[in-house]
Design a protein around this ligand. Structure first.
Ligand code: ZN
Length: 604
């Protein structure tokens, strides 16, 4: 192996944390600016994210294995103990099964959880036995998930059966999957005609497999499913005419773009990826980071704002968060630009981070409800939907979104209680992050090293921040602070050095779109607040008067409840406004309002 090959292998390892020994590279991956830790070297410490992580782990770890594969075994004519699932998985669990494997493998890698690792291995083996009898892959949609699950068992648990299985199912799929590959349309939003549903998401995982193994068959098969006819709309612009098609799967298809760039090095894919991300960010996102009212992409003509009057299925949360996490992470990898971390932060607190927990027999939080009248958190009417697959994947990804690195040092993308260990110039460095963010504006970083180490420590200045102060070992440091960029501290560090970061938060209103300037969500720092609508009609303010100082005059912080506010109503207002509190704290069935129409100055 030449030095150049070695360099390329390091490159690949950095984007996917690949087992070096497994790689036989045939591709030159395109530039990686920031490396992910890829479920290694990062630990969550007590806090909101770890609570959700653990609850999610425990839910999936407790699911009876025989039930999860019951339908596959029946179809294969094998003994099928246990009982069938219901809902979306009433026949078998092919719409989510691979995602369960994927989430378990990623969690097992991150935490050394052998229970979850072994469970995933047994489930994959049980499914593979059925597949080898039936040859059934369930179409593009299910194949993509099986493939991702087996790939993640290969990548993250070093399961020796996974790669042979990947080869078998890719070979079967290349014979059996229809190749009509039509562009979706408003009449056929997932291009589902003739059994092609969501074919356009397949290239991402096939390219991941190629990058992991160097096996050209995976690349060739990935090439088949590039969504060029849709992606090319974003080649020169981030505002192409909007196709009113299925939101989640089209945003998820954009994950094929950075992967196509990694595989081919063709800058066109990076350009399309940038424009596609800007399209989503600028025209599709609610304040929570969710998107897709009624599961469709929104037009530029005030569609998003109007949707708030029509929909309780405002945004598909676990699936949308998973797509957003991946896309943001890939863009951080290949551009190094901090702004791609902003969407992650929204979703961590207001998307998947505000979802109801998985519970019962597959009761799943699917839709965020942002209706302007009143909304509630509710479980989907059907059990085991798509979002029961992406729920564990999205939560598993928390540990992979907090830190990034390059040869110069470490990047703190999220303020989350956690610790990270990495090698800097041959030295092991550990950084511990203590914070109660977002309930508190302060974050404290502490370094442990074996000796002096020269490194840049950077943190992302959130998109909403207009200031930040930093102290190193108690001494103030002047830093350039610009929203959506990295603030950089470059120096030689000693063990025990401490960095104190304070990012002042404030109330602010975000309009849903420019056609509805007075239809706003109220946020404090990164957190979307909702108003408790029990026994009241909701806060009213005059149109155009919802600047931060206007909000601060009406919303007073509640003693003892961080991020909660009591409303100061006019003395003659007969029905009082409700308290405001974080959307992530809303429990099931409690009526709240997230988007407010500030069109009247008072209520009778
Ligand atoms: Zn879903």
């Amino acid at each position: 192996m030449s030095a150049n090959d070695w360099h390329r292998r390091e490159f690949l390892q950095s984007i996917l944390s690949l087992p070096l020994a497994a790689s036989v590279l045939t591709a030159q991956p395109s530039g990686v600016r920031l490396e992910s830790f890829d479920y290694s070297g990062v630990r969550l410490l007590p806090g909101r994210l770890r609570d959700q992580y653990r609850a999610t782990r425990d839910f999936y770890a407790a699911l009876p294995e025989d039930d999860l594969v019951h339908g596959f075994r029946v179809e294969a004519g094998l003994p099928a103990p246990g009982k069938p699932l219901d809902g979306w998985c009433h026949a078998n669990s092919d719409v989510v099964f691979g995602q369960w494997l994927s989430g378990m493998a990623r969690m097992a890698k991150a935490t050394g959880d052998t229970v979850l690792r072994d469970k995933a291995a047994r489930l994959m083996a049980a499914w593979a036995r059925c597949f080898d009898k039936t040859g059934s892959l369930g179409g593009h949609y299910a194949f993509d998930k099986f493939f991702c699950g087996a790939l993640d068992l290969h990548l993250y648990t070093a399961n020796p059966e996974a790669l042979p299985l990947l080869r078998r199912i890719a070979a079967a799929a290349s014979k059996s999957l229809p190749r009509a590959r039509r562009v979706a349309s408003p009449a056929d939003q997932q291009a589902a005609a003739d059994g092609n549903s969501e074919w356009y998401t397949l290239s991402e995982n096939l390219y991941r497999a190629y990058l992991a193994t160097g096996e050209a068959t995976f690349k060739d098969f990935g090439d088949v499913w590039r969504y060029e006819a849709y992606w090319s709309r974003f080649l020169e612009t981030s505002t192409p005419p909007v196709l009113r098609v299925h939101a989640y799967s089209h945003v998820n298809s954009f994950n094929g773009l950075p992967m196509a760039y990694a595989v081919t090095g063709d800058e066109r894919y990076l350009r399309m990826a940038r424009n596609a991300c800007d399209f989503v960010r600028n025209s599709q996102l609610f304040a929570t980071g969710g998107f897709g009212p009624g599961e469709r992409l929104a037009g530029y003509d005030g569609d998003l704002g109007r949707s708030l009057e029509l929909h309780a299925d405002t945004a598909e949360i676990p699936c949308g968060s998973w797509a957003g996490f991946k896309l943001s992470r890939y863009m951080l990898n290949c551009t190094g630009e901090a702004r791609y971390g902003d969407w992650i932060e929204r979703l961590v607190y207001n998307g998947i981070g505000a979802a109801l927990p998985m519970t019962g027999n597959g009761e799943t939080f699917y839709y965020g409800d942002y209706h302007t009248g009143s909304g509630t958190k509710y479980y989907l009417w059907d059990h085991w939907p798509c979002c029961s697959g992406t729920y564990i994947q999205a939560v598993a990804d928390y540990v992979n979104l907090v830190y990034f690195r390059d040869s110069s040092g470490i990047y703190v993308n999220l303020f989350v209680p956690s610790e990270v260990t990495w090698q800097q110039a041959g030295q092991s460095v550990k950084l511990t992050q203590e914070t109660k963010y977002p309930e508190n504006e302060e974050t404290h970083l502490r370094l442990e090293t074996g000796g002096p180490v020269t490194a840049s420590i950077r943190f992302r200045v959130p998109e909403w921040a207009n200031a930040a102060s930093v102290q190193v070992n108690g001494a103030p440091v002047a830093l350039e602070i610009r929203p959506s960029t990295w603030a950089t501290l470059a120096r030689t560090w000693q063990s025990g050095d401490r960095i104190d970061i304070r990012v002042p938060m404030h109330l602010r209103a975000e309009a849903i779109d420019k056609q509805h300037p007075d239809r706003v969500a109220i946020l404090y720092g990164p957190v979307v607040l909702v108003e408790d609508l029990r026994f009241n009609l909701g806060l009213q303010m005059p149109p155009g008067h919802h600047k931060p100082e206007d909000l601060a005059a009406r919303l007073r912080p509640e003693d003892g409840h961080p991020l909660s506010f009591q409303v100061v109503d006019p003395p003659d207002q007969a029905i009082h406004s409700g308290r405001f509190f974080p959307y992530y704290e809303a429990v099931a069935n409690l009526p709240y309002r997230m988007y407010h129409d500030f069109t009247r100055s008072e209520l009778a």
